[in-house]
Design a binder for this molecule. Structure first.
Ligand code: ZN
Length: 78
């Protein structure tokens, strides 16, 4: 399972959690138990992705707080 970084939009608490893709929406903040958390791109997960998935390094398009892949409307990439 990949390690993801999250930040709670309610209390700004930042934490890391191992979650499957299907469980991303059910991640809750460990500090306030809120579910309004945004996923961040950690250097760890992007390094794993480039090693195992053959993706090109995407230092300039690592996504925004509302997406993981850097291709949502607020990222401006693709
Ligand atoms: Zn919180």
């Amino acid at each position: 399972m990949p390690l993801y970084e999250f930040r709670c939009r309610t209390c700004q608490h930042q934490f890391e959690e191992l979650v499957s893709m299907s469980s991303l929406d059910s991640v809750r903040c460990p500090a306030c138990q809120g579910n309004d958390v945004g996923k961040l791109m950690s250097s760890f997960s992007s390094r794993v992705k480039s090693d195992s998935g053959g993706y090109r390094p995407t230092a300039s398009s690592s996504g925004c707080s509302s997406c993981a892949s850097g291709n949502c409307s607020s990222c401006g990439h693709h």
